[in-house]
Design a binder for this molecule. Structure first.
Ligand SMILES: Nc1nc2c(ncn2[C@@H]2O[C@H](COP(=O)(O)OP(=O)(O)OP(=O)(O)O)[C@@H](O)[C@H]2O)c(=O)[nH]1
Length: 393
């Protein structure tokens, strides 16, 4: 079923004016976020461009008005791009910014020149708008993002609208070259409809995406220890609880890692050196474990590492490797080489019903034994003596 052109136009105009006001209100409330101002401008330009081109067409080809409308429509897609560029601000969008700028200059010249030759201006405008939308779509290319589906929806709408615009340009070109009387009312309806969809999706999805992204960034900041960049105690416990409660993971090993005589490092070399030692030890620990292991700074100079699916004898081998790596690491501070060691206690949980507290306490007891027996040692919970790991992985 085809919409009649006037209804489509009235709907497109009404929606764009409303969305323009909506984005302008958000832009006023969030002046630092320039994307909303650009989108408000884009909707405003589209409305003005639509009025101009439709008025020119219905009054029998006012060329100047039609060309002005075409320029406004093109600028509205550039406004959409600029908004999304400010919204994303990635390396990819920065690269695309140059392309979008070149395209807009080129298209402005081409549309102005084409306006001297009658209907060809509409062909040039359709192609230029479609190209701008395809450049815009590139801004949303993310290989890894927690909001993958929202980005995919936006990209799909942009591509569909670009495709319809290309089709419209091609049909207009054929109509012009062949000189025949193809009825493009349905295609025009389709263009308006896909633009309407784009406007609505932009208005609905982008502010929500913006809010979710902010929330995600705050959560990330709150869950990461400033100094060492590993999980904070709270984030570690949250992830560890979830892993221990997972019925699919048969066992867990928990390593409690504590830097030996750390107070001496602070006292001898100063607090900044102590901080550097903490950073370096965290880096060494992180480098020596798998991605599926969970590491956190529990406070001061103590770290915890949860190894899902790993029995204690295997965890022992890794722990001993970590201990050796820390002891051998060169930590340079103000041109001086600082050395440090860690003591490690390990406990194992094989039953989902084992309480997390007892796993934690057991690993802590093993760590205490390692400290008491001379430091730079790995102790398993339940062992009275530290022993080297028995097998290799
Ligand atoms: N530089 C620095 N020092 C910290 C930080 N957090 C805690 N400390 C210091 O870490 C030291 C811990 O000292 P202790 O608890 O006595 O332990 P230790 O000297 O490592 O001795 P053992 O654990 O028995 O080997 C204290 O002096 C704290 O001030 C930090 O973020 N940066």
């Amino acid at each position: 079923m085809s919409l009649s052109v006037p209804i489509g136009i009235v709907m497109a105009l009404a929606v764009n004016v409303l969305v323009c006001i909506y984005f302008a209100a958000i832009a006023k409330a969030q002046p630092t976020h320039r994307a909303y101002a650009w989108w408000a401008v884009s909707c405003g330009l589209f409305s003005a461009g639509l009025v101009a081109t439709v008025t020119a067409a219905s009054s029998g080809g006012l060329q100047f008005l039609n060309a002005t409308g075409c320029l406004l429509l093109l600028l509205s897609t550039y406004g959409l791009f600029c908004g999304l560029y400010h919204f994303e601000l990635t390396r990819t969008s920065a690269r695309l910014y140059q392309k979008a700028q070149s395209l807009v200059y080129l298209a402005l010249v081409a549309i102005t020149a084409a306006s001297l030759f009658g209907p060809v201006v509409n062909v040039v405008t359709s192609f230029a708008m479609a190209s701008m939308l395809l450049i815009t779509e590139g801004c949303f290319y993310h290989r890894k993002s927690p909001f993958q589906s929202a980005y995919a929806a936006l990209r799909a709408v942009l591509v569909v609208h670009a495709f319809i615009l290309f089709l419209q340009g091609t049909v207009l070109l054929v109509k012009m070259l062949a000189g025949n009387d193809i009825d493009i009312a349905t295609l025009f309806d389709l263009t308006l409809l896909t633009h309407l969809l784009l406007t609505l999706v932009t208005a609905l999805v982008l502010p929500i995406l913006h809010m979710l992204r902010k929330q995600h960034q705050w959560q990330k900041l709150a869950s990461r220890d400033d100094l060492t960049t590993v999980n904070t105690r709270g984030a570690f416990l949250q992830k560890a609880y979830a892993s221990v409660a997972d019925n699919n993971i048969a066992q867990h090993s928990l390593l409690m890692v504590d830097i030996d005589l750390f107070k001496n490092i602070n006292d001898t070399y100063g607090h900044s050196c102590g901080d550097e030692v903490l950073r370096q030890v965290a880096r060494t620990l992180k480098a020596g474990i798998r991605n599926t292991d969970i590491i956190g700074r529990m406070g001061g100079e103590e770290f915890a590492i949860l190894m899902p699916g790993l029995p204690m004898d295997k965890a022992h081998i890794i722990a001993d490797r970590l201990r050796g790596a820390v002891a051998e690491a060169d930590i340079m501070f103000n041109g001086e080489r600082v050395t440090t060691t860690v003591s490690i206690g390990i406990a194992e949980s094989t039953d989902v019903l084992d309480s997390w507290d007892s796993l934690f306490e057991d690993a802590d007891k093993a760590l205490y034994s390692a400290k008491r027996r001379g430091r730079n040692l790995v102790f398993l919970f339940g062992d009275r003596f530290s022993s080297p790991p028995v097998s290799s992985l």
